[in-house]
Design a protein around this ligand. Structure first.
Ligand code: ATP
Length: 354
């Protein structure tokens, strides 16, 4: 049984002396055979640097990358049997679709034409492009081109596939339809994969586990469900899209408490004010409600926006800072309005502040 990928205390730096930047600051991560792990983090957090170090494209300043417990130090890129797929699939324009996919096949020149064609067809079926073999790549849509790139990178059956933002050049609708397809394809091919993205939805759709990266370090590695249910701390929660209430949210005389808003019971509220504890509001947990603004938690509307068919208000909530609330269709809100708020108690977590 293969042990898969094991990254131990990896450090990647660029430059030297005063110009030295540490892009990866000591990361340890394991990817089991057949597992898809997403590296999720904001731009510049070091995701690509880590991926490139695993590929062998970037040297490690410290730490190790191993496959099946064999250290890969000194093993060049082309001898790692890893596949790579980038944002721009970089198809060969002078080859047709089948020619591009066949390029990835091992020993392609020695393969009988029929066997080669059968394998190419199989790979095109896998990515949902049956019958596309003779198409010129210049006639493909962006999404089709990336699916061809995926088929090409799967052709040699790499023991690990490294994907660096493979969907980020595509529009949102395409990303949303291709992410589940990518997952199905990776699962069907039994591919072990490390998948770099800055898009939460994509990471949660594609991966078995998500590694949240920030400033060169991994903050939390967990299944999508566990990550959502229990972010490790307020930083991870904020990155996932929770509305984090600044410190002191429940302290007496230190701004409004959680209980004020009917969020949680009094015991929860007192904890929320303890040192080192923050409140995290799950998206959708805060709602604008009709009612007497003098009696309940209120917020001043700063902006109104539409997101996926729902109206949201960006609010300045006294003592809670900027928060986002869902606005029901029957309530009209405008910038400057003072609105009454209710919070779904099930959507509130108390988390340590890092
Ligand atoms: N070749 C390089 N030379 C110097 N600094 C670099 C180099 N490549 C990356 N960096 C720096 O290392 C840090 C991490 O970059 P990296 O590309 O790994 O982040 P990322 O999370 O993949 O970001 P993005 O999503 O924007 O690609 C950044 O501060 C970046 O400026």
């Amino acid at each position: 049984m293969s042990a898969g990928l094991r990254v131990t205390d990896a450090v990647v730096t660029y430059g030297a002396g005063e110009r030295r930047t540490t892009a990866v600051a000591g990361v340890s991560l394991a990817v089991s055979p057949g597992e898809v792990v997403a590296l999720l983090g904001p731009s510049g957090c070091g995701k690509s640097s880590l991926l490139r170090a695993v590929a062998g494209l970037e040297p490690l300043a410290a730490g190790a990358v191993a496959w099946d417990d064999a250290d890969l130090a000194g093993v060049p890129v082309h001898r790692r049997s890893f596949g790579l797929m980038f944002q721009d699939g970089q198809l060969f324009p002078h080859r047709d679709v089948a020619g591009n996919v066949a390029y990835g096949l091992p020993g392609v020149r020695r393969l009988p034409a029929a066997a080669r064609a059968a394998r190419v067809d199989e790979l095109l079926d896998l990515v949902g492009l049956t019958g596309f073999g003779r198409r010129a790549v210049s006639t493909l849509s962006g999404g089709e081109a990336q699916r061809v790139a995926l088929a090409r990178s799967l052709a040699p059956s790499p023991r690990l596939l490294l994907l660096d933002e493979p969907l980020s050049a595509l529009d949102r609708a395409l990303r949303e339809s291709l992410a589940p397809l990518l997952r199905r394809v990776l699962l069907a091919a039994g591919t072990t994969a490390l998948y770099v993205t800055h898009d939460h939805d994509e990471a949660f759709t594609v991966a078995d586990r998500v590694a949240v990266m920030h400033r060169g370090r991994l903050l939390q590695v967990d299944t999508p469900a566990a990550l959502w249910a229990r972010p490790r701390d307020a930083d991870v929660a904020a990155f996932l899209g929770y509305g984090v209430v600044p410190g002191g949210a429940g302290r007496t005389g230190d701004g409004p408490s959680a209980a004020d808003a009917g969020v949680v019971d009094a015991s929860d509220a007192s904890d929320a004010g303890d040192d080192g504890v923050a409140l995290a509001l799950r998206p959708g947990a805060l709602r604008v409600v009709p009612g007497d603004a003098s009696a309940r938690r209120t917020g001043v509307v700063r902006a109104v926006r539409f997101r996926r068919g729902a109206v949201e208000a960006v609010l300045d909530v006294d003592g809670w800072g900027e928060q986002v609330a869902v606005v029901p269709a029957e309530i009209a809100v405008h910038p400057g309005d003072v609105v009454t708020l209710a919070v779904d108690p099930g959507g509130v977590l108390r988390l340590p502040r890092p």
